[in-house]
Design a protein around this ligand. Structure first.
Ligand SMILES: [Fe+2]
Ligand SMILES: [Fe+2]
Length: 170
């Protein structure tokens, strides 16, 4: 624990550690969701989208690392057992039972939007009260917004190709 880290954080510690651990659990689930999605994906633009999923997976894992570092610095303990991730997380794990790319994109978009709401909340809680946690959560928020945009761009590309294909078919 960093003595000063805790001292200069003016947010209720229990509340802050609780939400940081929720986010931590969600990052591991997001990591696995992207990683597994990349293994099973089928359908249009598979290779490009799989590369993007693996890139996002690596970033979600990095987010888990950033949160774990901050939780420890604040005197907390990151969730010790993977079996708790799903019960603690408020953004739910979307099981890639249907491997079609369009379905995986939909699921990942739901998860990204949930993550954006989580980091917006942490940013609001820490604004002007805990500069370091605010800096970390704003950085993660920035990357989650990029993820949302990238997923949504793939959806748009597939939708417009489908439209052209349908028009040509008439
Ligand atoms: Fe993330
Ligand atoms: Fe993300």
């Amino acid at each position: 624990m960093g003595e000063m880290a805790r001292k200069i954080s003016k947010v209720d510690h229990d509340e802050l550690l609780k939400i940081l651990n929720i986010a931590y659990a969600e990052e591991w689930l997001a990591y696995y969701q992207y990683w597994l999605g990349a293994q099973v994906a089928l359908g249009p633009h598979r290779s490009n989208i799989v590369d993007e999923f693996m890139e996002h997976a690596a970033q979600e894992l990095k987010h888990a690392q950033m949160l774990s570092d901050r939780i420890i610095e604040l005197g907390g303990v990151p969730i010790l057992s993977p079996s708790k991730w799903e019960s603690v997380a408020l953004c739910h794990y979307e099981e890639p039972a249907n491997p079609q790319i369009t379905e995986l994109l939909k699921q990942n978009l739901i998860s990204e939007r949930c993550a954006i709401a989580r980091y917006e909340k942490i940013c609001e809680m820490t604004f002007g009260k805990d500069y370091e946690t605010h800096r970390i959560s704003a950085k993660i928020l920035h990357e989650e917004l990029e993820h949302e945009q990238e997923i949504s761009d793939f959806q748009d590309d597939i939708a417009s190709e489908l439209e052209i294909w349908c028009q040509n078919d008439k």
